[in-house]
Design a binder for this molecule. Structure first.
Ligand code: B12
Length: 219
């Protein structure tokens, strides 16, 4: 192993994520914060545990129930860490972002992290949630007039739906009103370019940077 995270190796993180009571994960987050670790670093540590569970799931070592428990524990950790991320980063509103996970996809942990970091950096975020269809994305662009639309997909099968949303915006004459950023585990820079998105980011920190760039601000 030799891969220690706050006194725990990846296996320790996995155990904590699979604890159905979800108490250990909050204790871990509190300890890491006390040690002065950046909250986003803590997300990353926990994400490595989730990755491990994802890989184990592919090999048949873990089941869907394990994905559910670990996903829900990750969300508890996000809620716990949220106030620590937003602290002291006020300032003027920088822009409005509409976010959503595309139709057929219910993964929202990464999107929620992006939403929190955007808010912490002065963006107003309208989160449409999960399983969002083209009609709802288009309506939100019309109603909210955001500067940026962000789409997330975690499944290779739902990724192509992002292109469908962009086409729907074009058909309704809305495409030029908004910048589009896409992300999520299977999404790549090349894919983003091929569907006509304006930006792509591999993680939430880069996502904030790209959003600032899209607004013409220095990241
Ligand atoms: C937790 C989890 C679940 C939970 C989700 C809980 C929730 N509320 O989100 C539940 C149990 C519901 C679930 C269900 C399923 N899952 Co699942 N799940 C995962 C798991 C383990 C972790 C995902 C995660 O949250 N990662 C942590 C976050 C922080 O990372 P992230 O999402 O990648 O986000 C970061 C970046 O991608 C980026 N980002 C994300 N979105 C966006 C958007 C923008 C605009 C930007 C800029 C950036 C950005 O920033 C984030 C933070 O840095 C992954 C495995 C993995 N390692 O990814 C499988 C995984 C994604 N699931 C998978 C599968 C197959 C499923 C199911 C089909 C299982 C089933 N048979 O039922 C269902 C699908 C349900 C559906 N219709 O969506 C597969 C997908 C395979 C594929 N290639 O398509 C994976 C990869 C597991 C595997 N290895 O097989 N899952």
């Amino acid at each position: 192993m030799g891969d220690k995270l706050g006194g725990l190796d990846v296996r320790g993180i996995v155990e904590m994520l699979l604890d159905f009571k979800g108490e250990k994960i909050i204790e871990f987050c509190r300890e890491r914060l006390d040690e002065g670790v950046d909250p986003y670093e803590i997300f990353k540590e926990l994400s490595r545990g989730l990755d491990e569970i994802g890989r184990g799931y592919e090999r048949g070592r873990y089941f869907t129930s394990d994905l559910i428990v670990s996903g829900s524990n990750m969300k508890k950790a996000i809620e716990f860490l949220k106030p620590h991320l937003s602290r002291g980063r006020g300032g003027p509103r920088r822009g409005r972002v509409v976010l959503g996970t595309v139709k057929g996809d219910i993964h929202d942990i990464g999107k929620s992290i992006l939403a929190i970091l955007l808010q912490a950096n002065g963006f107003e975020v309208i989160d449409l949630g999960i399983d969002v269809d083209e009609e709802s994305f288009a309506k939100a662009v019309e109603e909210w007039q955001p500067d940026i639309l962000g789409m997330s997909a975690l499944l290779t099968s739902t990724m192509p739906y992002m292109e469908r949303v962009i086409k729907a915006l074009e058909e309704r004459g809305l495409r030029d009103r908004v910048k589009i950023i896409v992300g999520g585990r299977p999404v790549t820079r090349e894919f983003a370019k091929s569907i006509g998105a304006d930006a792509y980011a591999e993680d939430a920190v880069e996502g904030v940077r790209r959003c600032l760039e899209l607004l013409g601000e220095e990241p």
